[in-house]
Design a binder for this molecule. Structure first.
Ligand code: FMN
Length: 208
């Protein structure tokens, strides 16, 4: 009986792959990076909650200054809701044809004591690296979407308040939560060639 259980467990392990082993036939991280392109046209098909969770996990795996992880995400999957929030945007089809929109937000302050003042009363302190951290999360999200065969594009927000204010209002964001960008994610309805951005002249070796 014990032997059968062990054999069954081994078979399951072989079928699912162990732990963090990369899946067979999965593209390498470098392939994913070098073949990603911005996708701005989608079929309208849904993005599953499993796909969204994987994409958001990748976002949260990004590096973060002092590991503060100031990223916050508002995820829209409801078509009416996407229309409500993004219907007035220029090129709104980018959003309304997507399966989901991930709004990458950053918490810009936290409560704490100023550095080196353990006895001071708690006060609101700025999280000055929020947009760098959220940018790293955004790139991870774009790459994860591409790795899953989905398309996505970084649509700018911060620091353009004119652009972000109506979205922030529609989403009901608190004052210390700012929008870095919006990312429509979906099944691609276009297949653009990745741009070749290799410019060796942009590199200065040892000194400028
Ligand atoms: C900070 C930032 C803001 C961007 N904002 C927009 C935008 O508002 N609208 C848009 O269509 N693409 C936007 N993009 C996508 C760029 O246009 C795109 O990354 C660039 O053209 C290079 O193309 P690729 O992503 O296919 O390599 C933005 C990208 C970044 C990094």
């Amino acid at each position: 009986m014990k032997k059968i259980f062990l054999l069954a467990a081994l078979a399951v392990l072989m079928m699912t792959g162990c732990c963090n082993e990369p899946k067979k036939d999965a593209p390498s991280a470098l392939d994913v990076i070098m073949t990603r392109t911005s996708i701005r046209s989608f079929t309208g098909e849904a993005v599953t909650s499993e796909q969204l969770e994987t994409i958001l996990k990748a976002g949260m795996a990004a590096p973060s200054a002092m590991n503060a992880q100031p990223w916050r995400f508002v995820v829209l999957t409801d078509k009416d809701r996407i229309q409500e929030v993004y219907g007035g945007e220029r090129r709104s089809e980018m959003f309304t044809s997507a399966g989901a929109v991930i709004v990458v937000c950053g918490q810009t302050t936290r409560m704490g004591r100023p550095h080196g003042q353990p006895d001071a009363p708690e006060t609101e302190l700025p999280l000055i690296f929020w947009y760098e951290d959220c940018s790293a999360a955004t790139e991870n999200i774009l790459l994860a979407a591409h790795a899953l065969g989905l398309g996505a594009v970084w649509i700018s927000g911060y620091p353009n308040e004119n652009r972000t204010a109506p979205i922030a209002e529609a989403l009901g964001l608190p004052a210390n939560i700012k929008i870095l960008c919006s990312i429509p994610v979906g099944v691609p309805a276009e297949n653009p060639e990745p741009k070749d951005k290799w410019v060796p002249e942009n590199i200065h070796w040892e000194k400028w």
